[in-house]
Ligand binder design. Sequence first.
Ligand code: XIL
Length: 373
Amino acid sequence: MKKNLIQSLYIATISAMIIGCSESKKISADKTTTLKEAYKKDFLIGTALNTAQIEEKEPNSAALVPQQFNAITTENIMKAEIMHPTWNNYNFEMADKLVAYGQKHNIKINAHTLIWHSQLPAFVRRMKSADSVKLFFENHINTIASRYDGKVLSWDVVNEALEEDGTMRKSIFLEKLGDGFVVEAFRLAQKAAPNTELYYNDYNIEEPKKRAGAIALIKKIQAAGVRIDGVGIQGHWRIGKIPFKEIEQSILEYSALGIKVMFTELDLGVIPNPWDGNAADVNLKAEYNAKMNPYAKGLPDSVQAEFTKGYEDLFKLFLKHKDKITRITFWGVNDGQSWLNDWPIRGRTNYPLLFDRNFQPKPAYYKVIGLKK
Ligand code: XIL
């Protein structure tokens, strides 16, 4: 299987050369390269993995992931509802398997995520007393962060604590613990996981108001004498709406705080969003209708071209600031597995990643690789 994939990558590389020679930089025919190889001197190239992929039960991913990526983020298995389903019950099985997978393939692991208002276990969602929330909060961070210290590279310690206007998000944590909860989460994580990098992760924090909120939050953590090593800009964007100017400004402003900058959940949606924005709140939902699923039978060439250009321009920008960026992670391996087929409307056909539904590299893949030739 692995051999087949490598062969098909090789054939696809040559076809892309023939088709795209005039406009793309040459891809050398004598050897194939991969994303992680092409960018190895610049930043890590990551992907998000689901359960079947971690267990290597899905042969195409089992071959492709170690070939193309040198970083993994857990798509769901380290979220609280899965890792900590009831008060005293922790579910470590999949995360332990992931650690073994990372060691076997020499892939760095970013654990996602300790404190987040979404995908919380039911017992936490039902909590009324501040003391209970505090106890959950402390036990959760202490138990999980200490177990994986030295086994994972990093944690998204807090995910999505901000509203679009840069104020603190109205969540159970803000309500019960007050607005110091983010600093407290990092303080506990630092103690439990002294050998693990600690990050704040959020969507739309490239946008000016939310960015200002994130910068204030990061400064508050630093002012408290607590360690924060990096910031993750999720990067769930849509073609035609990629905020290049704000992305560049964000790279500069975040790195000026003395922390690493990462793009942690990159995907470029090509189908309509009911609210026409880039907000990636997993709790948003809308009804299906055929008009909202325009490319169910295939992607028109013009849209494919715009998508390819979007990735090309993004990676040009990332390369321009490679001294400040440590990782670019795609949110999923191939188009068929992307969460964007089911969010915010279930059952659509989206095309947001560099590999198609058959695990074949798309034109955008060659453009991204081609920037390094
Ligand atoms: C998504 C997963 O991809 C889905 O499988 C799950 O149903 C919902 O969560 N921002 C985040 C990620 O930080 O954890 C979300 O992942 C996507 C948006």
